[in-house]
Every structure is written in structure tokens, then in C-alpha cells.
Design a protein around this ligand. Structure first.
Ligand code: MRU
Length: 350
């Protein structure tokens, strides 16, 4: 078995090929999206998921849509592209990378307004392709900065999946773990299973096994047990949106891990590209949290666990206050408190 898998890429015929993350780890199958509506559906149903990956999927989907727009003028072309962008934005609300990617593609279209209309779609496809390649470079840079913080040896806990599957490749939090292993550090990973959708058990465990990095799967409620026993040295997680003050939205359960880490004196780091920063949002309370269907809680794999009629809550993300975060690892370096100064500096917005 090889480590290599491709999360998202073009096919030879200009459609988009995604590894179907709802079928992993039992089946490694790919879905092909031939329209932007199919891309939107793949994001909504989480065939592709993880903040950077849905951003790249949206950019590629929008570029693909540009080819099908029949418009007599640039204004009409751009209006149609904006409508597709708005449809993509409605798929999932928390990860800001989606809005970032749609905005970037729309800006690229604006910058091409003086070209003949027929040339614009090809240029947008090149832009989305470059964003995909850039995401992988960014993740390697996050890994390089982050691995310096990892002790040797280290027992690292991570939550959800912030790996190659959640990005165009390599991963953010998992990228830090990979880079530490590549640097020769002796790392072992505690993988939180991450209820309700089990991204840790299904996806992170699969990726780490393929990469040959020793990993042990635990249920989410075991993290405190192992921390208390002194068996966790370092925590690193990804992010879906980081507010100007450093408050970080990530998969539900991240906040509990951060509080536990602080209680046990364990360093807690967030790893994310600067495209996950939302400096227009001052604090975590302003971050929209996606509420998903109750069946994700009352069922596992389509099989009911709870009595019928029981209400179930299902916020897909929580916000970890900045005060629990020891550093935010980006491709441009590690931001430290006070984040409302360090993050704008890293973003080039100070
Ligand atoms: O609901 P998901 O699976 O899209 O949530 C993913 C996460 O919360 C990840 O930790 C986050 O997007 C970072 S991915 C590099």
C-alpha cells in the first residue's frame, strides 16, 4: 500500500475528480463532478470536506462553470459566475476558506475583464490549478514551521482530520506531524475518533497508517485519561476560521481538548493557512457555526442508536478561545498572543 492518494484534481477531460471521503476507509473510490452543482453537492454531503479542501473544490468548480457560461458581455458573464459563487457559499457556513476561494476566483475574473470573453475560462482554470498547487506548498511550509515545536520523542494528540484529505495534499495539523516524522523525530499519535462523523477514526487513522506513522485511535472521551497519565506531550489541530483575536473555530470537541490540554500543562497549537484567518471577525462569537442534521448523532453508519423521538443537537464546530492556544502555525510563521497584533502582521494587514 502506498501513501499517495489524490484528494482533488482535474481529470484529463476537464471535470473534477474527488476521493469520496464518506466511503473511506472501507472503500477508496472517486467521484467525478462534471458541473458546479455536482461540486456544491459534494461539499454539502462531505464527499470533500476540511476547510482548505472545500476552498480548492469551490475554486475549481467555479472555474469549471466559467466554461459553460454563455454570455454576450463581460458583465453578463461575471453576473452568472457570481451566482454560481453564491450557490457554493451556501453549502457550508463555517470554514472561511470557501468564501476566500470564491472571492479570489471572482477577483481573478475581474482582472481579466479586458480579455476576449472566450479566453477567460481557460485563465480561471489556470488560476484554480495554481491555487491547488499553492495549497500543497503552503501545507509543507506549515509543516516546516510547526515541526520545530514538536518535542522528540513526542506523543501528539490530534482531533478530526486536518490531513491531506482536508487539503489539496500533505495537511495542516497532520502536515506538522508528518514534517516532524520526516525530520527524524520519534512521533506517535493519539487520534481522537471525532464523533459524530468520525473523521479521526475514518480519515486521520487511514492517512497516518498509509504514511507509516504510529497512531493509536481513542474515543473522544479518553483524551483526559491519557493526558492525566502524562501520555500526551503535544496537541495540534486544524482550523475552519480564525478570528482577529485568535479565537478558533474547528471541529466540535476541539474546545474540550484545549481546556484539557491547559489543565495538564500540555502545549496546544492550531495549524492553518493564512486563508483560514478572518480578520473581519473580531472574536469567536461572530463565527457562524454549522448545525447539521440530528441523524448524525442518533445514528452511526445509518444504524439507529438512540430511541426514536429523542431530540439531538449537532453543532459541527466549536470555538476555542485564543487564551487556550499556545500558537497558531501558518505558512508564514507562528503567531503568538496577542493575536490581534500577530495575526494581522502575518496576514500582511497590520
Ligand atoms: O466538518 P469537516 O470534516 O469539514 O471539519 C473539518 C475540520 O474541522 C478540520 O479540522 C478543519 O477543517 C481543518 S482542515 C485542514
Amino acid at each position: 500500500m502506498t501513501d499517495a492518494f489524490v484528494t482533488i484534481d482535474w481529470t484529463g477531460t476537464g471535470t473534477i475528480r474527488l476521493i469520496d471521503q464518506t466511503r473511506l476507509p472501507l472503500e477508496e473510490v472517486y467521484v467525478e463532478c462534471a458541473t458546479v452543482d455536482e461540486v456544491a453537492r459534494a461539499i454539502r454531503t462531505m464527499q470533500v470536506r476540511g476547510a482548505p479542501a472545500i476552498g480548492i473544490a469551490a475554486a475549481m468548480g467555479l472555474a469549471m462553470a466559467a466554461r459553460t457560461i454563455q454570455a454576450p458581455t463581460f458583465a453578463a458573464f461575471y453576473a452568472a459566475l457570481e451566482t454560481h459563487g453564491a450557490d457554493l457559499l451556501r453549502t457550508r457556513p463555517t470554514a472561511v476558506n470557501l468564501a476566500w476561494a470564491v472571492r479570489k476566483l471572482l477577483r481573478a475574473a475581474q482582472s481579466l475583464r479586458d480579455l476576449p470573453l472566450a479566453e477567460i475560462p481557460g485563465r480561471l482554470i489556470a488560476e484554480a490549478t495554481a491555487m491547488r498547487a499553492e495549497d500543497i506548498r503552503i501545507n509543507r511550509a506549515i509543516g516546516a514551521h510547526g515541526q520545530e515545536l514538536v518535542p522528540d520523542p513526542a506523543r501528539i494528540l490530534t482531533h478530526c482530520n486536518a490531513g491531506g484529505l482536508a487539503t489539496a495534499g500533505y495537511g495542516t495539523a497532520v502536515g506538522v506531524i508528518r514534517a516532524a516524522a520526516e525530520a527524524g523525530k520519534r512521533v506517535r499519535v493519539w487520534v481522537d475518533e471525532t464523533r459524530p462523523l468520525l473523521q479521526g477514526a475514518r480519515l486521520t487513522a487511514w492517512e497516518l497508517s498509509r504514511a507509516g506513522i504510529p497512531a493509536t485511535l481513542i474515543t473522544d472521551n479518553m483524551a483526559g485519561y491519557f493526558m492525566h497519565r502524562g501520555e500526551v506531550d503535544f496537541v495540534v489541530v486544524g482550523a475552519d476560521r480564525i478570528a482577529r483575536n485568535g479565537d478558533t473555530a474547528n471541529k466540535i470537541g476541539t474546545y474540550s481538548v484545549a481546556v484539557l490540554a491547559r489543565a495538564h500543562g500540555i502545549p496546544f497549537y492550531v495549524a492553518a493557512p493564512t486563508s483560514t484567518l478572518d480578520l473581519s471577525v473580531n472574536g469567536g462569537a461572530e463565527i457562524p457555526i454549522e448545525e447539521r442534521g440530528p441523524e448524525e448523532v442518533t445514528e452511526i453508519g445509518g444504524r439507529r442508536l438512540a430511541p426514536s423521538g429523542i431530540r439531538a443537537a449537532n453543532p459541527a464546530f466549536d470555538v476555542t478561545p485564543a487564551s487556550y492556544i499556545d500558537g497558531i502555525i501558518t505558512e508564514r510563521g507562528v503567531a503568538r498572543t496577542p493575536y490581534d497584533e500577530s495575526l494581522p502582521r502575518l496576514a500582511g494587514d497590520a
